[in-house]
Write a protein that binds this ligand. Structure first.
Ligand SMILES: Nc1nc2c(c(=O)[nH]1)N[C@H]1C(S)=C(S)[C@@H](COP(=O)(O)O)O[C@H]1N2
Ligand SMILES: [Mo]
Length: 349
């Protein structure tokens, strides 16, 4: 793991080591905002409150007894690839590994919400973690706040949205949200609230710190910039090999290899350029397509016959026609970074 911060704990997956769809639990990236809460399974309860007919208090055993569901999903931090921004941005300096993929097991959030009985006025479902602390970005509230994020009811009822207690077949670890976390496939991972304590159903959108000041961006509507919470993950391909500044023999076949993904759509293709974006060739998508999980790809590159520097890029396109741009969109601030990342390599002996 690449340590990006010790307090709070932030660790990056070594993306260069990618060798399968599933990221092993001990290599899966970690992004905490506050110190990790240490929760005792026996005294913990999940409270469901607000615009519902039956307020619930579910303990760990009660959740385990509900029907289980399993999904494979990629989590990507909305700040992944920030180290590539120019001029440099503040915040966690993620390179390629602010993203990982696991198989998640838990109960459908929709089952819990149906048990609670949504009232007709319910439009938003807020998730509160057990972790708290002071926040940094202005404007900021006074004192400590709990990590919290919400989903519109339509997304909350998506059968793929789970309350998860297992990751890759093992009990969820403390770092990944023990005893229970939300997994929101297709959305950037700030929505997948860890150490879940409370669910509050509301008759209006939640405008908390982590979806207005932080983890939000400017969208232009009717010529007006409007602050919008970050949601679905934009289409992206990343190159695991070659690595930055790798030396590659001339006149050989080199396997360029990586992963591509997109939230709430399907990956249509990945293309590779080895000449700084002048020409593009289609890469081979490997294995089967799994909705909301990354897909591995490869491209056999016939390397040049003379020593030189080459700029390699990958570019993914989804089935809605969205493709990666060459430059970062400044309206997105330091988030949702999905422009093509140049990998510079040296051709020589
Ligand atoms: N309670 C809580 N949930 C949280 C966070 C947090 O700090 N506290 N960080 C969020 C962010 S920004 C990300 S990218 C993911 C990271 O999940 P992971 O640490 O399991 O990789 O958790 C999300 N859920
Ligand atoms: Mo994140």
């Amino acid at each position: 793991m690449i340590i990006r911060s010790k307090d709070p704990q932030v660790e990056e997956f070594e993306f260069e080591a990618l060798d399968g769809v599933i990221t092993p639990n001990d290599k899966f990236y970690i992004r905490n905002h506050f110190p990790e809460p240490n929760i005792s399974r026996d005294s913990w309860v999940l409270r469901v409150e607000g615009a519902i007919a039956n307020p619930l208090e579910l303990n760990y055993e009660a959740l385990l007894k509900m029907p289980h569901a399993t999904v494979k999903a990629t989590l990507e931090c909305a700040g992944n690839n920030r180290i590539f921004l120019n001029p440099p941005a503040k915040g966690v300096q993620w390179a390629l590994g602010g993203a990982s993929t696991a198989e998640w097991t838990g109960v459908c959030l929709a089952d819990v919400l149906n048990q609670a009985g949504l009232k007709p006025e319910a439009v938003d479902v807020m998730f509160e973690g057990a972790d708290c602390g002071p926040v940094e970005l202005e404007p900021k509230p006074i004192g400590d706040i709990y990590y919290a994020r919400s989903l519109p009811v339509s997304k909350a009822l998506d059968p793929d949205v789970l309350l998860v207690f297992q990751m890759n077949g093992e009990e969820l670890s403390v770092s990944h949200g023990f005893p229970l976390r939300v997994i929101v496939p297709g959305w950037y991972a700030m929505a997948s609230v860890k150490w879940l304590n409370r669910i509050i159903v509301s008759d209006r959108p939640f405008n908390g710190y982590f979806q207005t000041t932080d983890y939000a961006f400017w969208e232009h509507r009717d010529g007006q910039p409007v602050r919008v919470p970050i949601s679905n993950a934009l289409v992206k391909a990343e190159i695991a090999r070659p690595q930055m500044n790798e030396v590659i023999p001339q006149n050989t076949t080199y396997r360029i290899f990586g992963a591509g993904w997109v939230g709430e759509a399907n990956l249509a293709r990945v293309e590779v350029s080895t000449d700084d974006g002048h020409s593009w060739s289609e890469a081979r998508l490997l294995g089967e397509a799994i909705r909301n999980a990354w897909r591995l790809w490869e491209f056999d590159w016939q390397t040049p016959s003379s020593p030189q520097t080459c700029k390699i890029m990958a570019r993914a396109t989804d089935d809605k026609g969205n493709t990666q741009a060459i430059k970062h969109d400044p309206d997105r601030g330091d988030y949702m970074i999905n422009h093509c990342l140049p990998m510079v390599v040296k051709i020589g002996n």
